[in-house]
Design a protein around this ligand. Structure first.
Ligand SMILES: *Cc1c(COP(=O)(O)O)cnc(C)c1O
Length: 394
């Protein structure tokens, strides 16, 4: 069965820093204090949305329509996003010395990365609310996902990426009909170009957490984990963190799921993994800070992790803290080693970011943050095919 044809959508938006509320049915970016907005739902009023109710629904993220913001079914831009496999790997568990281990293979999403989830929701919502031209600064994968959903929605997309973005991703963005601009700089510099287009041309900005709905798409990974594990969550989630949307989204999903009666009060330990050459969250975590300073001279071949600063830094750090998790940084060549090891163990060709999650486990065990008795989920956030030709930097 598919979800009911139309859903109530969000009841309102809420500033993640001040709690100030906003009307949800308007095109909107950050809150008045420049912080991310979260969509809130009247969860107590939702009916026929138990785990059993959704069990036989369509095999994509729209199975969770009741907790997604899109009201009009005609605005759901779908390319097959979500409901990716959760693959148990006893051999990887054995190599790493943990009780059980799964790889959530997000490389199987449209455009080969989990960016599809977020951009699916952001573009659907922008379409529903009347945006006419979209723009995104990206380290690569968000750009191709935005291009894909823009094409499917019939909306023009401007994508601004660094010149050294992996070549397969550049070709992909071009083939999907977006206006591609290359910039000799980092994603933060690309953000400034988009900002100018927003001010001068009226583009709608799809930057990470600068509109409220990418995080709604990414949160569906949390719902899927609970469903795929038969109504429970793992002990630990290891997540390669750039802007942090997926980690923040799952943390939000767990609260919603508890309110909906899908899970109890237990939570997994949430772990952030970054590249040694760009680790602003790890540094902030080690300093016990609430916010992260911008990382200077960011470099790593894991382009999704080449994010020197994140507008949702305080939300990432809060989730790590509240969950009893932590953060570690991994050099590129160690990511590459684990891409090969996990590949040989599982049949999944991971992105370097996925390799980083496996590489992090021994470090987290050495710190006593993951134990041999733990059940662990690694997020392979993209397909290794998108990085062909890229080599480790450090
Ligand atoms: C963007 C990206 C990340 C980081 O994701 P965030 O949710 O922004 O932290 C990790 N891996 C890949 C492959 C990515 O494209």
């Amino acid at each position: 069965m598919t979800p009911r044809t139309s859903v109530p959508g969000a009841s309102h938006l809420e500033c993640t820093a001040t709690g100030e509320t906003y009307e949800s049915e308007q095109l909107i970016g950050l809150s008045s204090v420049g912080k991310p907005l979260f969509a809130r739902y009247d969860l107590d009023a939702i009916e026929d949305f138990s785990m059993d109710d959704v069990a036989h629904r369509r095999a994509d993220l729209w199975r969770y329509a009741e907790v997604l913001p899109v009201r009009d079914p005609a605005a759901r831009v779908a390319l097959g996003e979500g409901w990716t496999p959760l693959l148990e790997s006893p051999r990887t568990a054995n190599h790493l010395g943990v009780r059980k281990l799964w790889v959530k293979d997000e490389g199987q999403n449209p455009t080969g990365s989990f960016k599809a989830r977020g951009l699916c929701l952001a573009v659907s919502r922008a379409l529903e609310l009347g945006a006419e031209e979209l723009a995104i600064p990206s380290a690569g994968n968000a750009g191709s996902a935005a291009a894909a959903y823009g094409a499917a929605a019939g909306l023009p997309v401007h994508v601004v990426v660094p010149t050294d973005t992996p070549a397969p991703i550049l070709e992909e963005i071009r083939a999907l009909g977006a206006d591609l601009q290359l910039l000799d700089g980092l994603i933060s510099d690309c953000g400034r170009v988009v900002k100018k287009g927003v001010e001068e041309e009226g583009w709608f900005d799809l930057s990470t957490l600068k509109e409220p709905y990418r995080v709604e798409g990414k949160k569906t990974m949390g719902y899927e984990l609970a469903e795929q594990l038969g109504g429970r969550l793992p002990d630990a989630i290891v997540y390669p963190t750039g802007g942090g949307t997926g980690l923040i989204g799952m943390w939000k999903a767990f609260d919603e799921m508890e309110r909906l009666g899908w899970i109890g009060a237990e939570r997994p330990k949430m772990f952030t993994v970054q590249a040694a050459g760009c680790a602003p969250m790890v540094r902030a975590w080690e300093e016990g800070a609430e916010h992260a300073e911008t990382w200077q001279g960011a470099q790593t071949y894991a382009s999704g992790l080449r994010v020197p600063g994140a507008v949702g830094d305080f939300l990432i750090l809060r989730a790590l803290r509240e969950s009893g998790g932590g953060a570690v940084a991994v050099p590129d060549h160690v990511m590459a080693d684990w891409v090969a090891k996990v590949g040989a163990d599982t049949g999944v060709f991971m992105a370097p970011e996925g390799g980083a999650t496996a590489a992090a486990v021994p470090m987290l065990m050495a710190k006593g943050l993951i134990s041999a008795d733990d059940e662990v989920v690694l997020f392979n956030t993209g397909s290794g095919l998108k990085y062909v030709g890229m080599t480790p930097i450090d």
